[in-house]
Structure formats: structure tokens, C-alpha cells
Design a protein around this ligand. Sequence first.
Ligand code: MCA
Ligand code: AMP
Length: 478
Amino acid sequence: MTKGNANLYLHLMGAGDPTRVLFHRPGASSLTYGDLADRSAQMAVGLQAIGATAGDRLVVQVEKSTDAIALWLGCLRTGVMFVPLNTAYTDAEVDEFVADADTPHLLTTPDRNRGLTMGTDGTGSFLDHVNGANPADAPDVYQAAPTDPASMLFTSGTTGRSKGAVLTHQGLLTNGAALAHVWQITGDDHLLHTLPVFHVHGLFIALHPLMLQGGTITFLPRFAVDDVLEHLPEVSVLMGVPTHYTRLLADPRFDRDACAGLRLFTSGSAPMTTQVHEQFTATTGRTITERYGMTECGIITSNALGAPLPGTVGTALPNMELRIGEDSIVEVRGPHLLDRYWRRPDATAAAYTTDGWFKTGDIGTMDDAGVVTLSGRSSDLIISGGYNIYPKEIEKVLDTDPQVVESAVVGWPNVEWGETVVAFVVLADGTTDFVEPDLSDALARFKHPRRWEVVDELPRNTMGKVQKKVLRERAPAL
Ligand code: MCA
Ligand code: AMP
């Protein structure tokens, strides 16, 4: 390892014997740690060729592939900030992120064909700079300070305006190492990876602890019950969101035998009900280790291995300090945290208490043993299938529809998705037959309301503020 270089790349690739298998790819050849080192070196050459240099932002909206991971590693090698975006985002949504990231470097799927492209089959205009490159021509691994930015992930704000959370080499390393420690990940572990790689969960939480230890990953393009059941017998670890477990439990093939070889199931990104915990244990004889995280902080707490307390999210990770602050908000402190919000000193300042703790916005309690139980959020954020959806962003679009005078969007409980998007609309005078507006250009499909409620007026408090709580309480019983 280069002395004095805090570059995360050196840690992620350092523990693995280059001949060890990093990725099993069903239907394609496996890739060793050495293969990924070479491919990421080629990516670094490609980044140089397009003129991306240290500190630049590379906005990436591509389908899941091992090349996407090689590109993440290539960005680390060159000091370019990796800025992944959900593939479901519309061009209009992507434009806003590119403008905020203030960058000429946009990389998308070949079908979008705006800017450079990268497909899952090794083709694309960016890969033209990569495929023939000699790994030996890659520049030296970027000399990073611990707090240098490695990646930026957009997290929408309650106002509907996105904020880029700038994550550092040190933050990602300490979080990955803490997870490897508490989950006792070793080089013998084998993860079944089904998560998208444009969020912290699939990109960092799932990959890094395994890579730091030299483990192996079966890399599936997406979560699909049939594929998960097929590959479960090969692996020791599964990481998912509650919707994944709900879907697995709905399949009779998911039973004790299917889970016999696994030693660790984790869940997070959204609350898991005690009913699902109980059903999981009754069906498989195993337990789910629920953990709690946030883009800005990585993983904050985890239940202990083998001794989960359903309904809680466990205790703070090593190096992560946690306290319950004003209004029962969970506050944290430690090296895992973001460096700042991108070009938003106001938002960065507002996110911290005066004595320097980061306010998560999650409401919770902590018992004497440090076990945290979450009970809600201070914002109106909706979490559907592990994706965050900000009502304000949808309301802004709905309010431009000539049929609509005003709107309010809330999440209603849903067995499969956790929460589902419901829009309440007050119609303009003279509108009798409401036609659902076409939102396809403005909003990613997962944000579209799944249910519409036409109302005469929105409930308001004496200050005139819409009472979302009242609208949430109108949800039918599950
Ligand atoms: C897909 N659809 C959704 C969602 N995903 N609708 C609501 N919520 C969703 N999450 C819709 C699509 O718009 C489409 O609608 C239809 O479902 C089918 O799309 P498809 O892509 O085929 O769906 P899927 O493959 O079945 O996806 C569901 C999924 C996926 C597997 C649960 O959403 C997923 O992998 N979620 C994991 C998210 C995650 O990793 N979150 C971590 C965030 P239509 O038919 O109308 O077009 S990081 C984080 O939160 C922190 C750090 C943490 O603690 O981890
Ligand atoms: P994101 O902004 O996508 O990183 O989502 C972070 C949010 O997901 C947190 O602030 C929590 O509200 C929620 N979250 C993550 N893990 C859990 C969990 N295990 N239980 C409840 N909520 C969770």
C-alpha cells in the first residue's frame, strides 16, 4: 500500500489475493480481484481520456454491472467524484442533478444516448476509451487525504430540492470496516448481491465489508425471487430491504432448507415490522439482523449477530456516537459522516446541532444498553421499497396541472412496499371528471401516486399548514 495515501481504493483491493474470485456473474465469466484491479485501471485511463480529473464530478446513470463497480474503483483511483443516479430518473430529473453537480461529465445507458454511454455488455462511447487501454498506463492511485471527497449521492430535501451528500475516503472506509467487524465478515464469506448500485446500500454497505476482507460476491442484475432462490445455496450472506423479505416469504420455496447455508441476513433502508421478523423466523428458523443507516452517515446502528431485538435497530456501530436530542431526534457524530452538502453551506449548517452533532431527522428512543428504537421521522419523507420519495417534489408537479388547485402527497402503509404514494387533490372550479395527469416526463415511475383521492379541501391547522398526519390517518386498515 502507498505510504500515507488514504485512498479507499487501496483498502478495497488490498486484502484480496488477486487470484481470489471477487464476482460470480451468472451467465458470464467470474472476475477475480486482479481482474477488477485491471478493469478499474482501464477505467482510470478512460477517465483521463475524457478529461475528468481529481475533484471533477462524474454523474453516472447506468444499469447494474461489474463495469459500474470497476468505474467506481476507477474514480477512486483518479480522485474523480462518483455521482450515481437511480436509473428510473427521467431526463428532466437527471438534468437537475447534472446542473447541481456542475459538471460536463455525464455517463448514461446507451438507450438514453445523452453524453457518454456505457452498456452492460461492454459497449458504449465511454468504453471505447476503456476497452483497448493498457492497465499499466493508468495513472498512480490518486494521493488522497482522509477527508477528500470520494463520492456524492443526492438525497432530496424536505423542500423538494436535492442536496448532494459529499462522502469521503475515510468515511466510507471506517463504515465498511465497522460493518465487517460487527457482522464478522471474513474472506470466506460469500454475499448474494441483489441491490441496485446507485444507492449507499448496494454500492457501499454491501460491497465494501466483503471487499475489505477479500470475500466473494454473486452479483445479480436485480432482485428477482426466482434468481435469489437459485443462488441462495451458494452464499453465506444476504443483504436486503424489507420488500425483498416480504416477497421471499410469499414464495413457498423459501424455507429452512433454502436458507440452510446462510449465516447472515440483514435488512434496512426502511422499517421492518415485527410480523415480518416473526414470519421469517417461523419459516426459516433464522433471524434477520436489522440495521439502520442514512446516505449521509452510512450505517449508524446494527442489531447484534445472533441476538436481534425485532422492532429495534440495535446499537451504534464502533466509532459512531449516538444520542437522542431535541424533539427525540436521533443525533450522531463520528468519522463515518458526510463531509458536507455540496455547495450548500446553509443546509450543512442546518443539519448539525450547535455542539456539532448531525441531526438524522429520525425520531427514536435509546435504552440503557444503547439499543435504539425508531418511531418515525420528523419530515414527511415516504419510503417505498427502500426508495425515498419526497412529497414536496410530487406536489410541485401536481400543482402545475390545470385541473388541480392544490395537492398533498402522503405515504399509506402497504404490505409489499412498506409505504405507497397517495395524492390528495383539490380540483379547480369547473373540473368535474379528474383525469390522472401524465407524470412520465417529470417524475421517475416509482414516485408516481398509486392512488388518487379527490377532496373538497385539505385539512389545515390554525396556522394554515396542511395536516399530513390527518391524511395519513385516512389510510384503510391493512
Ligand atoms: C420499483 N417500483 C417501485 C419501486 N421499485 N415502486 C415503488 N417503490 C419502489 N421502490 C415500480 C416501478 O416504477 C414499476 O412501476 C414497477 O415497480 C416494476 O419496476 P421494477 O424495476 O421491475 O421493480 P422491481 O425490480 O420489482 O423493484 C422493486 C425492488 C427495488 C426490488 C424492491 O425497488 C429495490 O431493489 N429496492 C431497494 C432499494 C434500495 O436499495 N434502497 C437503499 C437506499 P410501473 O409498473 O408502474 O412502471 S440507501 C438507504 O436507504 C440507507 C443508506 C440504508 O439504510 O440502506
Ligand atoms: P436515505 O436518505 O436513502 O439514506 O434513507 C435514510 C433513511 O432511511 C433514514 O433516515 C431512515 O428514515 C430510513 N431507514 C434506514 N434504515 C432503517 C431501518 N432499519 N428502520 C427504519 N428506517 C430506516
